[in-house]
Design a protein around this ligand. Structure first.
Ligand code: ATP
Ligand code: MG
Length: 571
């Protein structure tokens, strides 16, 4: 593994001031920054939008820059506040009440964000669904959550089995054109007629705010339930980790159907009063570079799958754009390959800050801060207020450099409060006071955490434990390899052997010599036991719609086993 270290920088904190924040840290100190600490009245939608809209210095500031192939729009905090009030009035008219589940199934658009806040303003629980879901995925989630209202578009309606969902009472359709108003609520019409003021529902910190279904990388997606309290950590990590400052233009590429797209695509930037770029439409390296350049984005939060595509797209493309306004890049969702970090350092002269967290954790837990030295391949260190450790299966802490379960001491503001409809599953996360993540990692002597793989993905070959991430990272360092997914394949002699699935970069031919060269490359770079015994070239690597490699699918295909839940599989 490349151990070149990238030196620390000054962020909101320098190293010393950050250490002070950590010492004796108490989340109550953050709470005191909010007026509800005294009034007792809280609603995350108020803190993120209305508060700024009421502030004469802030109300005309651009909250949202929306950019899609067919639509460009800038919306101020005051406008977003008013629009979400209008939608909230429509929801109220149709009797949506506190605690109801209102799901959103539509592309990213200004209407999505207005509706999202409207749901919170009513005190209802929002459930965002990724627009690319097909019928079964939509059905499963609406059934499980017993959503009473769905906000969608006429185009997506055919994927909603409206008549087969007994709990679903109302469907709102966003868009122009013919809408059967006997059956559906006509969003555009109703909103246009609604009042711009709304009496927000003040809720309790522990009242429900969101249900997010997980990515489905390891099995059937779980409905993760979050409460308003989570905003404290969204706000704090927005400040410490994203390093948000008043004049920032921030862009998070995640869809709000995934937790990153709400915690960091909605709450962190707006709780901090920062201008937020939202991009609709499909990914291409060119269009994303254009979005960065055109909007002069200063901080960018994205995922390894996208970053790897930028590396593959090459250095020549980078030279056509101006990224001088960009301060740093952040990454989440999958392990960040060292190759990508060193590439960004060399080609963009930018640090990439990896962050580790999960749908269940609600917000970042282990991170790289601007004031920290980056160790490529490491996820970084825990944020203030978070105790992380590597534990064994009984929840006992393991010493540094030993691989085990990555665990967090139970009880942080944004921690999930339930798995919807599945208390047993919820309980199963906790052992001996620890939240056990299901990821395998080790901690070095300096307290940096190193991701090894999902617990289920760790390969046991001839008595050696090998994390697939390490092998994949080495594979993509080879000039011919585009992407890689590595699994353990049962073997009578060795327990498991390492099998790699790879895609080739343009211009490379699948020959036995090339495969042998790739194998030797891993052997020399890592070790003999980590070199894949089998390498198979594929057109693409199966991924979730949130862009994660689905190793469990590679494995079931390889072994001819049933594929399990594939509702989140990318086409
Ligand atoms: P499911 O729980 O349905 O199988 P999932 O775990 O992929 O899907 P998410 O909650 O979206 O669903 O993802 C969290 C997981 O993503 C983590 O448990 C970890 O495996 C991986 N992950 C997130 N960030 C990082 C990171 N910085 N480095 C390595 N892995 C990461
Ligand atoms: Mg998970």
């Amino acid at each position: 593994m490349d151990m070149t270290k990238i030196p620390a920088r000054q962020g909101v904190y320098n190293v010393e001031s950050y250490e002070k924040v950590r010492e004796g840290f108490d989340w109550n100190e953050i709470k005191k920054e909010f007026s509800w600490y005294e009034t007792g009245k809280i609603n995350a939608a108020y803190e993120a939008i209305d508060k700024h809209a009421k502030n004469p210095m802030m109300k005309d500031k651009t909250a949202l820059i929306y950019s899609a192939p067919d639509r460009e729009e800038s919306i101020t905090f005051e406008q977003l506040s008013k629009r979400s009030n209008q939608v909230a009035n429509v929801l109220k008219k149709y009797n949506v009440a506190k605690g109801d589940r209102v799901f959103l199934f539509m592309p990213r658009s200004p209407e999505f964000y207005a509706s999202f806040f409207a749901i919170l303003k009513i005190g209802a629980i929002a459930g965002p669904l990724f627009e690319a879901f097909m019928e079964q995925a939509v059905r499963d989630r609406l059934e499980d959550s017993e959503a009473t209202m769905l906000i969608t578009t006429p185009g997506l309606l055919e994927r909603v089995p409206v008549d087969e969902l007994p709990a679903l009472k109302q469907v709102v359709l966003v868009g122009d054109g013919e809408i059967d108003t006997e059956r559906y609520i006509h969003f555009n019409k109703e909103v246009a007629d609604a009042s711009e003021s709304f009496d927000i529902e003040w809720v309790d910190l522990e009242d429900g705010m969101l249900i997010h279904y997980t990515s489905g990388s390891t099995g059937k997606p779980k409905g993760v339930y979050h409460v308003h309290n989570a905003m404290i950590q969204h706000y704090a990590t927005g400040k410490w980790v994203i390093d948000l400052k008043e004049d920032d233009v921030y862009w998070c590429t995640a869809d709000p159907g995934w937790v990153t797209g709400t915690s960091y695509g909605i709450f962190a930037p707006w709780l901090n009063g920062v201008t937020n770029v939202i991009r609709g439409g499909r990914f291409t390296p060119e269009s994303w570079y254009e979005t960065l350049e055109k909007n002069k984005v200063t901080v960018w939060y994205t995922a390894p799958t996208a970053l790897r595509k930028f590396v593959s797209a090459g250095e020549e493309l980078v030279k056509q754009y101006d990224f001088s306004h960009l301060r740093h890049i952040m990454s989440v969702g999958e392990p960040l390959n060292p190759e990508v970090i060193t590439w960004a350092q060399r080609v963009l002269n930018l640090r990439i800050h990896d962050t580790w967290w999960m749908t269940e954790t609600g917000a970042m837990l282990i991170v790289n801060l601007p004031c920290m030295e980056v160790r490529p391949g490491s996820m970084g260190k825990p944020i203030p207020g978070i105790e992380a450790a590597i534990v064994d299966n009984e929840g006992n802490e393991l010493p540094p450099n030993q691989m085990g379960n990555l665990a967090i001491r139970k009880g942080w503001p944004s921690m999930m409060r339930a798995i919807w409809n599945n208390p047993g599953k919820y309980e199963s996360y906790f052992i001996n006071g620890w939240y056990v993540s299901g990821d395998s990692a080790y901690m070095d002597e300096d307290g940096y955490f190193w991701f090894q793989g999902r617990l289920d993905d760790v390969i046991n070959t001839s008595g050696e434990r090998v994390g697939p991430f390490e092998v994949e990272s080495k594979l993509i360092e080879h000039e011919a390899v585009g992407e890689a997914g590595v699994i353990g394949k049962p073997d009578p002699e060795r327990g498991e052997i390492i099998k790699a699935f790879i895609t080739l970069n343009p211009g490379y031919e699948a020959t036995d010599e090339l495969l042998e060269d790739i194998r030797l490359f891993v052997k020399k770079g890592l070790s003999a036991h980590a070199a894949p015994r089998e390498i198979e070239i594929t057109e693409s690597i199966p991924k979730t719609r949130s862009g994660k490699i689905m190793r469990r699918l590679l494995k079931s295909w390889e072994l001819g086993l049933p594929t399990g839940d594939t509702s989140t599989l990318e086409e």
